[in-house]
Ligand binder design. Structure first.
Ligand SMILES: NCCC[C@H](NC(=O)CCC(=O)O)C(=O)O
Length: 442
């Protein structure tokens, strides 16, 4: 069956701010309490989506979540009117208000793990919503993510959206950021590689300083839910030493497309064995391992060169979509330029300014969820979320009318911000034909 890879990017929400909520994600910690610019953040994301759509890639949008999350603050004991809930939370627990207001759902590589229909026994595209159990502000995303994915991939004959795994550390699951799929044509059965940071039973090596968010048990459960062929499914551990250097998701140190794995030399535990296991299953497998003497793990974390999108071009070559930070770094840019000139599969570099997202540790790959689709499946999804000239203009105008260009933690208590968010999201559900998907609409 003919198929292609579509990308769905998270649209940055109105409350995008820097709260230092993600221990182990060094950008998040470093930029805590810096003022943010939600309007710029949303527009930077839209520009990337539009550029990819213009190049001929199928590109969709995943809407932001309802924030601040008032029902959550009420669940935590803040009561009274909406205004009183915000005021009390701001006074007594500003970090909880930040968590309940985080726009972190923008990083949709952590929304779900996706398996294409060619790999699943029942011939459907499977999604398992990530429970994001390691961080409170992210764990609250799961139910809303499920609702949004069902409002986009809404035909149960073609799509199956599984709820998140149980919300306990043993099943910590961070979605597609720890998942790769290899193969030749997208429509042929592929080989899926699940990468975990630790064994949920605390066996084997673990990082010493920072948390390992993904467990092996979670990856195994997702593979079962997606009805994958065990012969075509691999599980591997991320190197705990690089987690301790700030590689909190595997997509900070590796990216793949079809036969190519572009990764750092220190990405995985027992890397030579893993590469030979993949080679045994994927014909013409082409690993590109970046040696530490060319790019250190620290430089990889600071520039996010692996948090890139590796896209297929019509001529058979591949394009690497990178954040501006990798161009700014002389050594990293020199390596990438040499890579393109080396005659290998990566033939082109394209750079985007995603600074607002990068300041919270999210690069080009974090902002997108890859979904391999057949043409029939593409026609079955909600067409209103697909990027084109008109949607780009509509969403830019929507952002201009509703988003602030400066936000700090203190602003989160402003009841006007809550109203602005509800007005904007109410309008968005109509623009994207989502139905009454948000709690405040029900
Ligand atoms: N894939 C990229 C995810 C980045 C995300 N950052 C955050 O949630 C930072 C939020 C803050 O600190 O305000 C995370 O660490 O999960």
């Amino acid at each position: 069956m003919q198929a292609f890879e579509a990308n769905f990017d998270g649209l940055v929400g109105l409350t995008h701010h820097y709260a230092g909520l993600s221990f182990g994600n060094e950008a998040s910690t470093r930029n805590q309490l810096q003022p943010s610019n939600p309007r710029l953040a949303a527009k930077q994301g839209l520009l990337k989506m539009k550029a990819l759509a213009d190049m001929g890639y199928v590109q969709g949008v995943i809407p932001p979540h309802e924030r601040p999350n008032l029902p959550l603050l009420r669940q935590l004991g803040f009561g009274g009117s909406d205004e009183q809930v915000l005021a009390q939370a701001a006074k007594h627990a500003p970090q909880l208000l930040s968590a309940a207001s985080s726009a972190s759902a923008m990083w949709v590589a952590n929304a779900a793990t996706v398996s294409p229909s060619a790999d699943s026994a029942d011939g459907r595209v499977h999604f398992t919503v990530a429970n994001l159990n390691n961080k409170f502000h992210r764990a609250i995303e799961a139910p809303e993510t499920a609702d949004l994915l069902r409002a986009i991939f809404r035909h149960p004959q073609h799509f199956c959206v599984h709820d998140a795994l149980p919300q306990v550390a043993q099943f910590g699951d961070e979605g597609a950021a720890n998942h790769n799929r290899f193969g030749s044509d997208y429509g042929d059965a592929g080989v899926q590689l699940f990468i975990y940071g630790r064994d949920g039973q605390q066996q084997g090596a673990t990082p010493a300083r920072y948390p390992a968010r993904q467990t092996r048990e979670a990856s195994e459960a997702v593979a079962r839910l997606h009805q994958l062929d065990a012969q075509r499914t691999l599980f591997a551990q991320q190197n705990p030493a690089v987690i301790d250097q700030g590689v909190f998701h595997n997509d900070v140190i590796a990216v793949s497309n079809q036969q190519v794995l572009f990764c750092h030399q220190d990405a995985f535990v027992n890397q030579p064995q893993l590469l030979s296991d993949i080679a045994a299953r994927v014909s013409s497998f082409q690993p590109i391992e970046v040696p530490r003497d060319k790019v250190s793990v620290t430089d990889a974390v600071n520039t996010y060169l692996f948090n890139s999108q590796l896209l297929q071009r019509a001529d058979g070559g591949m394009l690497l979509v990178l954040p501006e930070e990798s161009r700014q770094h002389t050594g990293v840019w020199r390596y990438l330029t040499e890579l393109v000139e080396s005659g290998g599969p990566i033939r082109e570099l394209k750079v985007f300014d995603l600074r607002e997202s990068m300041f919270n540790g999210g690069g080009p790959a974090c902002l997108r969820l890859r979904v391999v689709l057949t043409e029939t499946e593409r026609q079955a999804l909600n067409p209103a979320v697909l990027m084109n000239n008109r949607l780009f203009a509509t969403l830019n105008d929507w952002v201009d009318r509703h988003y602030r260009d400066r936000l700090t933690q203190a602003d989160l208590a402003d009841p006007q911000l809550l109203r602005e968010g509800r007005t904007a999201l109410d309008e968005l559900t109509k623009l994207l034909d989502l139905g009454s998907v948000y709690a405040f609409q029900r």
